[in-house]
Design a protein around this ligand. Sequence first.
Ligand SMILES: NC(=O)c1ccc[n+]([C@@H]2O[C@H](COP(=O)([O-])OP(=O)(O)OC[C@H]3O[C@@H](n4cnc5c(N)ncnc54)[C@H](O)[C@@H]3O)[C@@H](O)[C@H]2O)c1
Length: 255
Amino acid sequence: MTTLPTKRALVTGGGGAIGRASSLIFAREGARVAVVDVSLDAAAETARLVNRAGGEAIPLVADVRDDAQAARAVDEAAVRLGGIDVLFNNAGIMSHEDRSVLDGDEELWREIHDVNLFGTMRFSKHAAPHIEAAGGGAIVNMSSFLAVLGCSAPQDAYTASKGAIASLTRSMAVQLGPRQIRVNALAPGPIATAHVEQFFPDPEARSLRLARFPLGRFGRPEDVGELACFVASDAASWLTGQVIVLDGGSSCNYL
Ligand SMILES: NC(=O)c1ccc[n+]([C@@H]2O[C@H](COP(=O)([O-])OP(=O)(O)OC[C@H]3O[C@@H](n4cnc5c(N)ncnc54)[C@H](O)[C@@H]3O)[C@@H](O)[C@H]2O)c1
């Protein structure tokens, strides 16, 4: 039995590591997927992989920083999929220039918030009426374990944006619950993507960080995709307003 049968899902940032793994898992579980990304090539590659695996996906290009593009992508997804039941607000950026609040660069803070937080707001605003029209469904936001933890190697603009998404998730859950739209957020620890690996340039830095992980490894994009799939599914029908940390146990580990 599949967990997302007949669902129609829109995944932002669907061309990236977690978005691609999630799209493949959603489709494996029976959903038809609109893969939205600022890069059409990346979205098209995800859709190709989904279709090759026997699923059904369409690629759509949109920049989450642009409200008109967000509206257009949501409407096109709704027309081509015949509605929307699930929105995964996964698109997000981090920057190697992002450090402490003490030397915060306002332009960088705006850029990171425009994608991570405002992108979540824009797609939610446009997709919620479609999800309501479908009789209800789920919005899954993408936070980070940095929303609940400080970090001695700070990325404060990113952290603040993900903390805001966690708060927004709870408020959205309260507002949208009466419309039968559940809203939850995932708060992953480091996922072993090429981008994150750049933070650990040498084996010593990597193993120092890994020592904090009781399970002895960083996450995989599929770890996040499987949880997103469960949270989006009817199996989680009483789950809303939660920020779910998945981090291999690192936030429990006082070293
Ligand atoms: N990788 C991690 O360790 C980790 C940990 C916690 C949370 N996250 C979050 O998970 C999400 C996905 O991360 P990932 O590791 O797959 O990153 P990624 O860089 O592989 O994928 C992000 C995708 O978003 C797209 N994107 C970026 N800006 C966009 C825009 N303006 N409009 C539309 N699409 C845009 C990119 O083209 C890319 O395909 C992000 O929100 C990230 O903050 C990642």
